[in-house]
Design a protein around this ligand. Structure first.
Ligand code: SAH
Length: 373
C-alpha cells in the first residue's frame, strides 16, 4: 500500500510542503521540489541516495522521514497476448486493478482505475457488480503509472536517456474501474502530473478519459485536462440505454449529446471516441448501426466496437463475428473509422469490463482496527 510517508505520486505543491515539514526553508522548497520531481517522475528513482544533485544531508533527512515506495502489488499476471494486469493494494482491503496493453495507441496503453468499485451498475460490466468502495486519490492514480513503468523497466537514467520512440507505454486510458467524472478533481490532478514535460511526459493528447455519460461534467473535463474524450454509448435509444447504462435515466441521450458538442476544441485531429459493446440480440442490428450514424452527425467521432467480454454469471453473450463485421461496415460506409477492438487479456480477466476486485466497503471501525494492526 502507499505508505503515508511515500512521496511517489505527489504533485509539486505537495512535495514542497513535505520539504518544509522537514525543515527546508519555504523560499527554497519550491526549487528543491523541482529537483525531486525530476528524479521521481523523469528517472523513476526509488532511493533518495540516487538524487545526486540534492545535498547529501538533505538526502539523508529525506530518507529518514519519507520513502518513494509504490503501493504493494497483490497480484501481477501476464496474458498469452502480452497484456499485463496488476492488482494494487492501496490500503487494507482496498484494491484496484490496472492493465497494460501492448500495441494499442502509439506503442502501448495503460488502462488505469479512478475508483475502487463503481456506482453505475451497467448491466454488462463486471466492475458494476461491485459496490463503490471509494475514490482513488491523485497519488494513487499516478502510482499506477509508476508501477507500470517499473514493471516495463523503461525509466531512463542520466547515462541512458530514453528516446520517445523507444517507449512502450505511450498512452493512458481512464477505462479501468470506476467513473472518472465522479472523481474529477483527483483525475485532473493526476493528469497534470502524468503529462508534465519534466516528468513522465505523456502528452494530454495521448490521455483518454472515458465516461458513461456524466453530462454536466463533460465540458469541465475538457477545460481542466485537455484530455481526449471517450463516451461509453452502447445504445442508440433511451429505452435500451436506460437498461444497459442506468445513468442514462439521469442524463438521457439528448442531454448527453448536447454536452458532448460543448467539448472544447473538437476537430478531425481531436475526435470523440464512442465505445459500443456488441451484445448478441440486444444492440447489434443494422438498424441500430444506422441509428448510430444519425446520432453522431456533425460530431468529429470515431467508434470503437467492443466485442462483449464475458465474466462469470454475465447475463449477455457476445454478438457473432459476422454480425459485428456487418455493423462495422455500415459505420465505415458512413465515413467513420470503426475498428473492432480485439479482445485483449481475456484469459486473465483483464479485458474491458472484466475488472473487479474483492474489495468491499469497510466500516470505519473495522478500517481503523486494520490500519492499527
Ligand atoms: N465508467 C467509465 C470508465 C470505464 S471504461 C465508462 O463507462 O466509460 C470501461 C469500458 O469497457 C466502457 O466502455 C465499458 O462500457 C466497457 N465494458 C464494460 N464491460 C464490458 C464487457 N463485459 N465487455 C466489453 N466491454 C465492456
Amino acid at each position: 500500500m502507499t505508505t503515508p510517508s511515500s512521496l511517489a505520486g505527489l504533485n509539486k505543491a505537495e512535495l514542497a510542503e513535505k520539504l518544509v515539514a522537514i525543515g527546508v526553508e519555504p523560499k527554497k522548497a519550491r526549487m528543491r521540489a523541482e529537483q525531486l520531481w525530476r528524479w521521481i517522475y523523469h528517472y523513476g528513482v526509488t532511493d533518495f541516495a540516487a538524487m545526486t544533485n540534492v545535498a547529501k544531508d538533505l538526502r539523508a533527512t529525506l530518507a529518514e522521514r519519507y520513502t518513494l515506495a509504490r503501493p504493494e502489488l497483490t497480484a501481477a499476471q501476464v496474458s498469452q497476448d502480452g497484456t499485463r494486469k496488476w492488482l494494487v493494494r492501496l490500503a487494507p482491503g482496498v484494491e484496484a486493478e490496472c492493465v497494460f496493453i501492448p500495441d494499442v495507441g502509439r506503442a502501448g496503453a495503460l488502462c488505469v482505475s479512478s475508483q475502487v468499485g463503481c456506482t453505475l451498475n451497467c448491466t454488462f460490466c463486471h466492475t458494476g457488480t461491485q459496490k463503490l468502495v471509494r475514490n482513488l486519490t491523485a497519488q494513487e492514480i499516478v502510482a499506477q503509472v509508476l508501477i507500470a513503468r517499473d514493471a516495463l523497466t523503461e525509466w531512463p537514467t542520466p547515462e541512458r536517456p530514453l528516446n520517445d520512440g523507444d517507449r512502450q507505454l505511450t498512452n493512458i486510458v481512464f477505462m479501468g474501474m470506476g467513473e472518472p467524472l465522479y472523481n474529477l478533481d483527483h483525475v485532473a490532478a493526476a493528469i497534470d502530473t502524468i503529462s508534465d514535460g519534466d516528468g513522465i511526459s505523456i502528452s494530454r493528447r495521448r490521455i483518454t478519459v472515458s465516461t458513461a455519460g456524466v453530462a454536466p461534467r463533460i465540458k469541465e473535463l475538457g477545460e481542466r485536462t485537455g484530455a481526449m474524450l471517450a463516451i461509453s454509448l452502447h445504445a442508440t435509444n433511451d429505452e435500451l440505454r436506460d437498461q444497459l447504462v442506468p445513468l442514462n435515466k439521469k442524463y438521457n441521450l439528448e442531454e448527453l449529446f448536447a454536452a458532448i458538442r460543448t467539448y472544447p476544441s473538437l476537430n478531425n485531429a481531436k475526435r470523440v471516441t464512442f465505445e459500443y459493446v456488441m451484445l448478441k440480440g440486444v444492440n447489434d442490428t443494422l438498424a441500430e448501426a444506422k441509428a448510430l450514424v444519425r446520432l453522431l452527425a456533425g460530431i468529429p467521432a470515431k467508434i470503437n466496437l467492443i466485442p462483449f467480454n464475458p465474466w462469470p454469471g454475465a447475463p449477455y453473450e457476445c454478438s457473432d463475428w459476422e454480425t459485428i463485421e456487418k455493423f462495422a461496415e455500415v459505420l465505415n460506409r458512413a465515413g467513420y473509422s470503426s475498428p473492432i477492438r480485439t479482445p485483449r487479456g481475456r484469459d486473465i480477466l483483464a479485458a474491458c469490463g472484466q475488472l473487479r476486485s474483492e474489495s468491499v466497503k469497510q466500516r470505519a471501525s473495522e478500517r481503523l482496527k486494520a490500519e492499527a494492526s
